[in-house]
Write a protein that binds this ligand. Sequence first.
Ligand SMILES: NC(=O)c1ccc[n+]([C@@H]2O[C@H](COP(=O)([O-])OP(=O)(O)OC[C@H]3O[C@@H](n4cnc5c(N)ncnc54)[C@H](O)[C@@H]3O)[C@@H](O)[C@H]2O)c1
Ligand SMILES: O=c1ccn([C@@H]2O[C@H](COP(=O)(O)OP(=O)(O)O[C@H]3O[C@H](CO)[C@@H](O)[C@H](O)[C@H]3O)[C@@H](O)[C@H]2O)c(=O)[nH]1
Length: 662
Amino acid sequence: IPPQKIRVCVVDLSQKQIDAWNSADLPIYEPGLPAVVEECRGRNLFFSTDIDTEIKAADIIFISVNTPTKTMGIGAGRAANIKNCELCARKIAQVSESDKIIVEKSTVPVRTAEAVRRVLECNEKGLKFQVLSNPEFLAEGTAIPDLMKPDRVLIGGVQDEAGLAAAEKLVSVYANWVPREQIITTNLWSSELSKLVANAFLAQRVSSINSISALCEATGADISEISRAVGKDARIGNRFLNSSIGFGGSCFQKDILNLVYLCETYGLKECAEYWNQVIVMNDYQKKRFSEKMVSNMFNTVTGKKIAILGYAFKKDTGDVRETPSMFVVRDLVLEQARIHVYDPQVKREDMWTEMEYTVQMSEATHPGLDAAVTTSPDAYTACADAHAFAVLTEWDEFKNLDFQRIYDSMAKPAFVFDGRNLLDHAKLRKIGFEVKKRGTSEDSKRKDTTAGDENQLRSPFLFDAVVDIEVHQPSTPLETMLPTSMFALSSIRRMTPSWLSAAATHAPTLLSSPPPLHQPIRHRSNRSRRGLYDGKDVRFGNNVPFSMKKTRRRWNPNVQYKRLYSEVLDEMIRFHVTAAALRSIDKAGGLDNYLLTSPHVTTKGEGEGQKVRNRIIQKMRHKEELKKQAIARGESTDAWDDKIVLIGKKIKPQTTANADQE
Ligand SMILES: NC(=O)c1ccc[n+]([C@@H]2O[C@H](COP(=O)([O-])OP(=O)(O)OC[C@H]3O[C@@H](n4cnc5c(N)ncnc54)[C@H](O)[C@@H]3O)[C@@H](O)[C@H]2O)c1
Ligand SMILES: O=c1ccn([C@@H]2O[C@H](COP(=O)(O)OP(=O)(O)O[C@H]3O[C@H](CO)[C@@H](O)[C@H](O)[C@H]3O)[C@@H](O)[C@H]2O)c(=O)[nH]1
């Protein structure tokens, strides 16, 4: 914009920020920004902390302060804190000497403009202020192109003569470089809400594709192919369909929480739950990634060096607010890994500030944290001697690394966890890396190239149950095998020999599912610690009669002493077991599957269960080992597969009905 037309002064409370804006070392990294600042600074762009003077001089004031999620008080953890907006309004009302247009640029809850207007109206000089909403839609990393060629500029104002005139004045500013048809004017509340909705829709797309990536990993479909196929539909469009380790950044989570809180405030519980699920899915995606890293690295990363390539929440920015990398690093540090981070733009001090603010982790709360996380000057140093490297930000420079050099310097097996599906995986595999990417199954049995293979994992449809019965129990008439209830049918499907053979083949994957990383520590009775209680325990509470005179009472879980059959060990084993655990055992398809997969056994230490679980694991590993030796000797593995099937054949469908009761 020609200097004689418009003069812009950016004011901030922070002297440090303003000094940085006035220096050659700008406080944020944004491609193309230094050139713009250099061209305009001192001409018609200024940076200052003299807020009062600049307010007095301005015709239009943009309020662009931070509106973070509240950390305490009413709505903590969800509502946006608009304290800074109010402070700005009070300051403007206090120091202004002429009428002005106030533009809400910050992302705010709907109807914030009302609060701003009321504060401004309280000025004692009888000044007139028009409040407009003009939400910002730029994304970090592409701020300059987004500013120069925005999809739209949205301006909301009060729909009266003065409001429309103010909106028109702002339109004329943007019209200096944005085509008029892309400048939309509307009413205040719609404008404010549109911003939250736009971010919610974008984040929802990321969560949607991430949820499908989990399904792809379970089924053998490929998330990149799904994105390609779905994105070709013009009604859906191909942007924001990249599966990742979850979205980060200062906006998505904050704005969705803001939307959720608004829905709750207006009593729209279902709407609140709907949008909250976008966050739930994002948390799940982040957690899944670190869990997968641990499980793939033989269930332990203790003492292992792991390189993290990329810490910013996306490429082309140094911003680490809510970055998913932080959650992965946190999880790995809690697993006692040694982390080496390389990011071309992230400063170490910013990592720590964000970690303390968002996940409450610091050297003070977690002694040794500082030493556990090293920041490396380049990717090669980060990866040297590492057991794995994980790509967490999609920086272009990572695509062109010398991976042979990295492989040679790493401990073996050298794992690659590509959280952004950025690298050339075929090339990496050829070098020798073990590559784990998002949204595809690592399991060759799930690949569609093995279609028709007898051992491939069964699809969860009833038809398969019938096929299993037919194939493996041909002597039994089909009619007598066909169970009467859906539940029984699904139990039989789980128990059929072919399923068991598949389960045995996939034992390493089953066995390697890691314990969840952050189990809340809950008091447990000694008895529940020993038996199979499936999370149930003695509970205490009060009897509250009509007189309201409370008396203490306890509820005991329904515990029985039973003999249960382990297929792998081929033994009946006695357990103190709750009714809930018996149901879970049925659902899991037998004792072995339950012990191998139930989080109550794997992480919370059901004493008797864990001992048996360990024996099962040992026996399965032993069998795998014998099978490998047979392969090494060049013998056919059919015998082993047969043996596994044989083990399966001995098994009767085990339900609580045929468990031996003492
Ligand atoms: N970062 C983005 O990409 C982006 C994009 C669109 C919208 N937004 C929205 O813009 C707003 C600002 O976001 P941000 O990322 O720039 O935040 P930020 O925290 O990086 O910057 C806010 C600045 O405001 C200053 N400030 C706070 N209170 C002040 C006051 N009373 N007077 C003067 N200065 C004050 C702070 O010192 C800080 O420098 C938020 O509402 C955000 O949701 C951000
Ligand atoms: O297909 C995708 C696209 C994005 N992301 C992730 O989503 C997050 C947010 O990305 P992006 O939206 O590009 O960056 P932001 O700077 O947070 O921008 C969003 O938030 C701003 C602040 O409100 C809005 O102005 C922008 O319009 C909106 O895109 C990042 O972690 C990305 O890695 C994915 O995982 N997959």
